[in-house]
Design a protein around this ligand. Structure first.
Ligand code: FES
Length: 146
């Protein structure tokens, strides 16, 4: 499963909508100006995002990059020079996975394991693969393509 911008931001948009609805119910007299409405929108990471030097991701291991409150990216290097990117949010209950342990992506909350090359579930309780994110190596640096 590869995540697009809409899927990556879906939770944030839903949360923002919930907060906005709760605010409207509590204070029906409040109005927002155009600028307030614009500033309340979630920021959207998009395009080519510099993560850092490729040397931070060892072969057979992984490194996490917290982009914002809604997105943490896990980059793995299952084979020398081959980088894979995933949403680090576990598909079971939303914990941030710990990283690569014993060759598998491990979630510490309830013990799910994922393939570090594909993100596929190796063992539950998660039933769905981690979301894929395209990673590119440019020179010495890794970029996420969102
Ligand atoms: S949240 Fe990851 S195994 Fe439950």
């Amino acid at each position: 499963m590869k995540l697009g911008r809409r899927e990556l931001l879906g939770v944030g948009v839903a949360s923002t909508a919930t907060i906005a609805l709760a605010a409207c119910a509590a204070e029906p007299e409040v109005t927002q100006s155009e600028s307030e409405t614009t500033s309340a929108q979630p920021t959207t990471p998009s395009g080519d995002l510099l993560l850092g030097p490729a040397s931070e991701v060892m072969v057979g291991s992984g490194n996490k990059y917290k982009i914002d409150e809604m997105l943490t990216i896990l980059v793995t290097q299952p084979k020398a020079g081959e980088y894979r990117g995933f949403s680090a949010t576990c598909t079971h209950s939303g914990c941030i996975v710990q990283g690569v342990r014993d060759g598998e992506i491990a979630c510490g909350c309830h013990g799910a394991r994922f393939d570090q090359e594909t993100g596929a579930v190796i063992s539950g309780p998660a039933k769905t693969a981690l979301g894929r994110i395209t990673i590119e190596l440019r020179g010495e640096d890794l970029f996420a393509i969102l």
